[in-house]
Ligand binder design. Structure first.
Ligand code: RIB
Ligand code: CA
Length: 319
């Protein structure tokens, strides 16, 4: 089986943690490093969560780099109400035994991309600050990375933190504009598809059984229960969307989503539309936005994606 070298750049809340588990457990994934960014929680806490999870799965050989504590402009908007005070649904995992590496996340991303030209897939499941800084440090980054898969945006559907903006883009629109317009070979996994990829009672029961066999998975079952409590009134059913795990799954198996190339405009002006990801979807007219296109995921094989994520978790049994 072909393995895919990955860097995961995340603001480690509950769904980032599930994405990290898929990256650790799926046989197609070769995780080269985990970088943390501000977003759901402060950056240092995101790095601590990454270290805790790597310890739990005996993978402290994987380096953890700390990234940006702040967006390029503006201030933090943490989401403790969604992910809990610890970012992991108040499961309070034991700390890892190691510390993050000394190299900042943006330098780490740029260095690894140079050392493995054309090989690495970067999966970004938080605000795009570290990726924008890595691009500033290494202008060849769009050609050095094999692929960038971003969880972010809402191109054909409403936003989540504001009527128009999705959280990862809203948390650093200036970085998002630079990254989405830079010419990366980039797939955008936005709310267009993640809000259709749900974990409900059937999946929670299946995960509970699995965690009874493999106690290292108990924390993610409890964290997803916390996350589901937040999403239940929003979805009108006891379920939660698998935003970040879907991005990771699509990085490993692109056939899980159908994409259309689109040039995007990221609104950075203050006001109600800040953080919106806009496409000119008019027919028969010259397009208003002309930046290099990105592949925007518009359809998802949701059942297959959930099964893909589960098949990775089930690998924990044999560890
Ligand atoms: O909008 C969903 C995204 O925002 C996910 O990455 C979630 O972890 C939060 O960061
Ligand atoms: Ca995230």
């Amino acid at each position: 089986m072909e393995t895919i070298p990955l860097i995961l750049d995340c603001d480690t809340g509950v769904d980032d943690a599930l994405a990290l588990l898929v990256a650790l457990l799926h046989p197609k994934a070769k995780l080269l490093g985990v970088t943390s960014v501000h977003g759901n929680i402060p950056v240092q806490k995101a790095a601590e969560n990454n270290l805790s999870i790597l310890k739990l799965f005996h993978r402290e050989d994987i380096p953890v780099a700390v990234g940006s504590a702040l967006p390029l402009a503006g201030e933090n908007h943490f989401a403790f109400q969604v992910h809990g005070k610890d970012g992991l649904g108040e499961t309070y995992l034991s700390p890892g035994s190691l510390s993050p590496i000394d190299e900042p996340a943006a330098l780490f991303i740029a260095r690894l991309a140079r050392e493995h030209p054309g090989e690495i897939t970067l999966v970004a499941t938080g605000p795009l600050t570290n990726v924008a800084l890595a691009f500033l440090l290494e202008p060849e980054l769009p050609r050095l990375l094999r692929r960038v898969v971003v969880m972010g945006g809402a191109v054909t559907v409403p936003g989540n933190v504001t009527p128009l903006a999705e959280a990862n883009i809203f948390n650093d629109p200036e970085a998002a504009r630079r990254v989405l317009n830079a010419g990366f070979p980039l797939t955008l996994i936005g709310l267009d598809v993640t809000m259709k990829t749900l974990f409900g009672p059937k999946e929670m029961a299946r995960l509970k059984n699995l965690a009874a066999e493999k106690p290292a998975l108990q924390f993610i079952h409890r964290a997803l229960a916390f996350y589901t409590d937040f999403y239940t009134p929003i979805l009108g059913t006891a379920a939660c969307p698998l935003h970040d795990p879907l991005a990771l799954a699509a990085a490993l198996d692109p056939s899980l989503v159908n994409c259309q190339p689109m040039s995007l405009y990221v609104e950075t002006a203050p006001g109600q539309a800040r953080g919106a990801t806009l496409a000119d979807r008019r027919h028969g007219r010259a397009k208003a936005f002309t930046s290099p296109p990105v592949d925007v995921a518009l359809e998802v094989k949701a059942e297959d994606a959930v099964e893909f994520i589960f098949s990775a978790l089930e690998r924990a049994r044999s560890q």
